[in-house]
Design a protein around this ligand. Structure first.
Ligand code: 6CS
Ligand code: FE
Length: 301
């Protein structure tokens, strides 16, 4: 383990999957690019986001709205055409739907959610610019069989495999079912977004085919995770359907499996700044398909 200053070269400020040794690098990018006066997130919440890397909105969607999205979630998972589409990922070894990607293109209902000022307005404020959708997905985390998402930084993958240059992206996870303490909710290490965990290993071709079912390459080593967990602790997010968590692209996060009868479904939208559009992958033989890492940078209207 070597703790090194990150000496940015011209093009790769966050080298990862380059060497056989893990490293903890300093973040070189701001967390919050906008200001309290720019939008609906107040100064105190924005300060909390800067320090912890996330913010929670207890009631982003009204109960009636949640019903609409839940119905859409069920419709998508029951549509044979969509089930046969490569954008649908099933749980390892079963036909249980794990995720459906690019829902903002597959569904007008979710397309509207992306453009909702309560969603995109907050993203613009945090990123201080116009934004485009880098990725959208619904995660089903079905009851009994929902599998875990092992610890990872999304940015590490988006940098290595999608060519995202800097840390100027934010994700929003909107609960469409109740998130209990026991059904596999989102866990974040608060403050971990300020450390970039450079991972070992090399990205195999078509890595996404296995990483979206269960990521191996690009996940941090146990030693790095222990250092971060000891330093930051672990927050588990619970909340009613309609609640939401917005978190920085580099938060160390994950979620446990779900053996309870209660599904933990959410819609997950990633907004990237139009000032941070993806270039060629920093550590992969080729870019991932555009339904996972968008290459259409048209700002959300
Ligand atoms: O690889 C990705 O882009 C996706 N994987 C995870 C587990 N979180 C971020 C993103 O949805
Ligand atoms: Fe993730």
């Amino acid at each position: 383990m070597s703790i090194i200053d990150s000496h940015p070269t011209l093009d790769d400020a966050y080298p990862t999957r380059k060497s056989g040794e893990a490293a903890l690098l300093y973040r070189q990018d701001p967390v919050v690019y906008g200001r309290a006066e720019d939008g609906q997130i107040d100064a105190e919440t924005l300060a909390g986001y800067e320090a912890n890397g996330y913010l929670n909105v207890q009631r982003l969607l009204e109960p009636g709205e949640v019903d609409v999205y839940r119905a859409e979630l069920d419709r998508l998972a029951g549509d044979e055409t969509i089930l046969a589409d490569e954008r649908t990922v099933t749980e390892r070894g079963t036909r249980e739907v794990r995720s459906i990607f690019e829902v903002h293109k597959l569904s007008d209902v979710f397309a509207r959610l992306v453009r909702d000022p309560r969603v995109v307005g907050r993203a613009r404020q945090i990123l201080g610019s116009d934004v485009y959708v880098h990725q959208s997905r619904v995660n089903y985390k079905p009851g009994f069989k929902g599998k875990d998402f092992y610890w990872h930084s999304d940015f590490e993958t988006w940098h290595a495999e999608d060519g995202m240059p800097r840390m100027r992206a934010v994700s929003i996870s909107i609960a469409l079912t109740e998130n209990f303490v026991h059904n596999g909710g989102l866990m974040i290490m608060p403050g971990s977004h300020k450390t970039f965990v450079s991972c070992v290993g090399e990205t195999p071709a078509d890595h996404y085919k296995e990483s979206l079912v269960g990521q191996e390459v690009g996940t941090p080593d146990p030693n790095s995770l222990s250092i971060l967990a000891d330093k930051h602790g672990i927050e588990l997010f619970t909340g009613p359907a309609g609640s939401a968590t917005m978190f920085d692209c580099n938060c160390m996060h994950g979620s446990n499996g779900n053996i309870t009868p209660f599904p933990r479904s959410n819609v997950f939208i990633v907004f990237n700044s139009v000032e941070n559009t993806c270039v060629k992958p920093f550590s992969a033989p080729s870019p991932r398909p555009s339904f996972i890492g968008a290459r259409d940078f048209t700002p959300v209207a």
